[in-house]
Structure formats: C-alpha cells, structure tokens
Design a protein around this ligand. Sequence first.
Ligand code: ADP
Ligand code: MG
Length: 374
Amino acid sequence: MTLSRRIYPGAVIGIIGGGQLGKMLAQSALRMGYKVAVLDPSEDAPAKATSDLFINAAFDDEAALKQLGDASDIITYEFENIDGPLLKRMVDEYYVPQGAETLLTLQNRETEKDAVRNSGAKVVPFEKVSGDGDVKAFAEQEGWPVIVKTATGGYDGKGQYLVESEDDLEKEPIPYGDTQFIAEKYLDLEREVSLTVARSADGKTIVFPLQENLHRNQILYRTIAPSRIDRQKDAEAEVEKIMNKLHFAGVFTVEFFIDKSGELYVNEIAPRPHNSAHHTIESCNISQFDAHILALTNQPMPEIRQHKRAVMMNLLGQDLDRLGDALYDHPEWHVHLYGKSARKPERKMGHMTILTDDVEDTLEKLKTDFEKEG
Ligand code: ADP
Ligand code: MG
C-alpha cells in the first residue's frame, strides 16, 4: 500500500481518461488550484478543454502513460478498463494512491463478486459459466430466469443476456468462446440504489446520501437523492464490510439491488466517480468530484450535507434531439453538456439536475417534457 501524503494546490493531478467524469474531476481540481494533465485516446475528449496538458494516446500506450506520470504529482483514473500490468508499473513508478489491486479485482465480475462475498456482504447467487450446460445447471439450482453477463469490459448492460428458459439459449446463442461469462440469478427488483463514499488516502471516510436509480435499456435514466426508501444504514454496513477487505482511496460507488422481499444485495462497485452521484454538484455541500480530489490529495473532508432533494436525468443523444431549444427554457434545470462532438442515440451527452421539494411532481413534469413524443 502506498504511503499517504498531502498534495497541495499547485501540484499536477494526472487523470487517465478524459470523458465526462475526467472533465468534471478536472473542473473540481482546477477550482481548488491544482493543475490537470489528462490522457485519452479521443482527439476531442471532453476533458481536453479542462486540462493544462492533454496527451492524446491509447490507454495501453506505455510511453504516453509514462509521459503522464512524469508530468504529474499524483495519478488517478476515471476509467476502469486500464490494462492491469501497465497500471501496476504505474503504481511502482508514480504516486497512485488508489493502487492497482482493487481495480484489478473489480475489472472482472467473477473476482469482484467473490471479493464482495468473502467480505461478508451479500451478493446475488452467481457462478462462472462456459457453456449452455453450465447455465442450465445453475438454473436448476437457482431457478429461471438467469442473467448471463460478460465478466470483463461490460458497461451500461453491454454483454448481458437475459435467459428466461432453456429455449432462449437456442434463440440467442451466447458467444462463450470470446470471453469469460458469469450466470446470475435474475431478481424481481423492487428498487436499485447506490451509495457513494469517499475515502481519504489516510483512511477517513465520508458518505453521500443513498441514491435511487431508475434504468432504461440497462442505462441509468434517473437518479433520485435521497432514495425514496431509506436503507442508508444497511447500505453503509455492507460498504463497511467491503472496505475492510479491499483498499479504496478517493471516491467509489457501490450499486445495490433490493428485491421484493426487501433483501439488499451488492451488485457492483465502481472505483471512480459515478453517474448516480452527479446530483451532488448542486445538491450537496461538496460534490463527488470535489470529494475525490480532497480524498486523494489527503485533505480534510467535510461531513456531507444535502441542501435539497434532487432528481438527475441523463441527457442521451435522443433526448437532445427531442428537446432542441426547449432545454434552455428551464432556468431551474441545472444542465450539463459534456461537449462531445458526435451526438448518437443512447450516448451520454450530458445530464441535468433539478432540486426540488416534491420529487413525484418533478418526475411527472419530466415525463411530460421528455416523453410527449416517445
Ligand atoms: P453494467 O456493468 O452494465 O452496469 P449491471 O450488472 O449493473 O451491469 O447491470 C445493468 C442493469 O441490468 C442493472 O442496473 C439492473 O437494472 C439490470 N440487472 C443486472 N443484473 C440483474 C439481476 N441479477 N437481476 C435483475 N436485474 C439485473
Ligand atoms: Mg451497473
């Protein structure tokens, strides 16, 4: 484990990844007086606009990563699919308070779920599968439906197969040879929630209010904070167990499922800022991005207070198409656009946060504004 030290404003924070998370991290860092270096393969990455040094290179370009390391006093990432051995070498050579071990564990759903289960926190029953026979055997034990997920590289529901029965396995073959897969019991969900926590390099933690997440096509669609059902303490207890087993520094988010009987399960962990905590920019005393910078640079962190309830919605390509200029008719909406040049359906182009005293009313209004045509 890396020794903690305080990094003062003026220092350079190097960020691997320059998407919207990198951009919002950089905005917090710049505001606090740090300088920012960013590495991203895309020429017009959102965080290019918020960096003092922008290195346009692939995530597996070792020379470019070294250039980032040499230019920075501290390294972090906004992106979790970094090549493991390369990240290990970065950890050996540079100050990377998050280390490599946790990221390596979380990069693979099987090792991730194993680690969570071994910590004593509850996970949905799962099994590694490498053929239809394994899936059937798993279903015989746990019951249908089953969800088969790629163990690596999946996000926003990519690489997932919902299997209702044996017949489905024939209808939609799973490409077992391409990568590793796990089968998981498919739950009848009551709710999905997430807990965002920041842990400083010397081990202090602060916790944001439990967030309630609504998904559509397996992409986060709305976040309501705080969650309309209060499981804050239960979620904190699960995170505590995980923190006793895995090293965390900076901000991370644990996603949970709640089933119809009220059972709380850990789904997955993102060791970086998370879409469901974007509302913290406007609704809390410090944002998840501020918290990440404070935690990594080992500065004191305030206890989190939320000023007002928040509803966050993602702005996907199709939402911008549908809304057009109407997006600007609502001064009460906090609209964030990430500055991505290509607008594509289902691509996260931005998000917006609405602070409200009446969550149900706000959700209803968003429905009328965004769903009149579809
Ligand atoms: P990703 O890495 O793509 O976010 P997740 O495992 O979080 O993958 O799955 C995405 C979404 O799919 C979840 O937020 C949930 O809505 C749904 N889902 C995934 N696994 C299950 C499950 N076992 N039971 C019910 N719904 C699930
Ligand atoms: Mg997820």
